[in-house]
Design a protein around this ligand. Structure first.
Ligand code: PMP
Length: 460
């Protein structure tokens, strides 16, 4: 529980006015800029956050799926302070280095599966995916296959919002921001297990990864990038055998398999990395969010030692022209190391695995006790429930019903923050609480969500 200062209402109104005047919000409903913010967060502790009026909420989604160790961790603030005081910033361009980036790389190598033992750092998930895609194309260029440039990802997949990753992101709403998206990105229907195993009689075959590779020609495809568990696109867990089938497909066609672990990494699915659930080792893996639990910006691309070795061998005297000012920022690396120490010492991966059954039971309860709920799914502490106007017919709500948004607003009234995913006309409410949550707190989230769905149902 948090107990601290509450702002005066006159101060809150002033903050709102300044926000309205001078701040443009990322990923936001544009017209709300006219009104100013609906909530100003002031504090966080454990699984709780507090707003300027002093109202306390359970954070049911770890804000943006990232605050894995919860709020108010003095150890992380202390790690940042110590590093900032010692060496506030240090570049790792050229052959410069510094202690935090060296220690973090060693630690990550001890955790990541297989020979994913080399790390390139960024400031977040979009930059990590952008770098992975660029690295894949660079790799094939060095190998004398410059025509291998195409990238296949999922329809409904989310990989970020830089110009490059907007190409990989398969959610149309993000692509429609501008009239120009990068070429050479293709989107497959997610999780077509039979197709990826080679069943050409399936009517969806042409929209499978395998179908796209055949159509475009494997000699033009550099990479397949997919979220281990699809997050923003609606919490979609891959069927048993799917990731293995993609792995085999990529091996067969000399295509790099990149798994986006920006959400799944660092415990979310009940294993340190999501791919461990299916015993698959990709060629590259992008990391962000849980790497620092959101305390400071950091992302990374993990890649195979064999790829690193080939790049070095083939580069001769050439330069590697890719690096961010904040690649491997010392403070971010120091915080990441401490954050991983907390995840390990408090056995948060084990806690997540243990609470998976509570998550699945809660989702099933919602599905069975409300007439608008369907298709619950989840793994670890990552769950989702879909709202449908007619479950039997699989009919979606009209957008004017504002189904998921209304349910989430009802939750907020009841002191639980959740999120509405409304892409492609769907209405999905995801759950992804901090990994420190306990059984009773998780049950409270489900009670509130159930009451909120009932409140929405009464409006129909
Ligand atoms: N990949 C996935 C799976 C994500 O969920 C996100 C962010 N929601 C990103 C990439 C992009 O990360 P960032 O916002 O840090 O750029």
């Amino acid at each position: 529980m948090i107990n601290n200062t509450v702002l005066e209402s006159v101060d809150i109104e002033r903050l709102k006015e300044i926000d309205r005047k001078h701040f443009f919000h990322p990923t936001s409903l544009v017209k709300q800029h006219k009104e100013g913010p609906s909530m100003i967060f002031t504090e966080g502790n454990g699984i709780y956050v507090k707003d300027a009026y002093g109202k306390e909420y359970i954070d049911g989604v770890s804000t943006l799926w990232n605050v894995n160790v919860g709020y108010g961790r003095e150890e992380l603030a202390e790690a940042a302070k110590q590093q900032m005081t010692k060496l506030a910033y240090g570049s790792s361009f050229y052959n410069f280095s510094h202690e935090p980036v060296i220690h973090l790389s060693e630690k990550l190598a001890s955790l990541t599966p297989g020979d994913l033992n080399v790390f390139f750092y960024t400031s977040g998930g979009s930059e990590a995916n952008d770098s992975a895609i660029k690295l894949a194309r660079h790799y094939y260029k060095l190998k004398g296959k410059p025509e291998k440039t195409k990238v296949i990802s999922f329809q409904g997949g989310y990989h970020g919002i830089t110009i490059g990753t907007t190409g990989a992101t398969g959610i149309q709403e993000y692509k429609d921001m501008t009239t120009s998206n990068p070429p050479n990105f293709f989107h497959a229907k997610p999780h077509l297990l039979n197709c990826e195993k080679g069943d050409k009689t399936d009517p969806d075959y042409s929209e499978s990864i395998r179908g796209i590779i055949e159509r475009e020609g494997a000699d033009t495809v550099a990479a397949v990038i997919l979220e281990t568990v699809v997050g923003v696109g609606g919490v979609l867990v891959p069927p048993e055998g799917y990731l293995k089938a993609v792995r085999e497909l990529c091996d067969k066609h000399d295509i790099l398999m990149i798994t986006d672990e920006v959400i799944c990494g660092f415990g979310r699915t009940g294993t340190m990395f999501g791919v461990e659930n299916w015993d698959v080792v990709p060629d590259m893996m992008s990391l962000a969010k849980g790497i620092t639990s959101g305390y400071i910006q950091l992302g990374a691309v993990a890649f195979k030692e064999s790829i690193r070795d080939e790049i070095i061998d083939l580069s001769g005297d050439n330069f590697f022209f890719h690096g961010f000012t904040y690649s491997g920022h010392p403070t971010a690396c120091a915080v990441a190391l401490k954050n991983i120490e907390i995840i390990e010492n408090e056995e948060l991966v084990g806690n997540t695995k243990r609470l998976e059954s509570v998550m699945m039971k809660g989702l099933k309860y919602l599905e069975e006790n409300h007439k608008v709920t369907a298709r619950s799914r989840g793994i670890g502490l990552m769950g989702g429930i879909e709202l449908l106007a007619d479950r039997d017919l699989g009919k979606e709500f009209d957008s004017s019903a504002n189904a998921a948004v209304t349910v989430v607003d009802e939750c907020i009234k009841r002191n639980v923050i959740l999120r509405a995913l409304t892409f492609g006309g769907k209405n999905i409410v995801p759950l992804a609480p901090p990994l420190i949550i306990n059984e009773q707190q998780l049950e409270t989230i489900f009670e509130v969500l159930s009451e909120s769905i009932t409140a929405f149902e009464k409006t129909l």
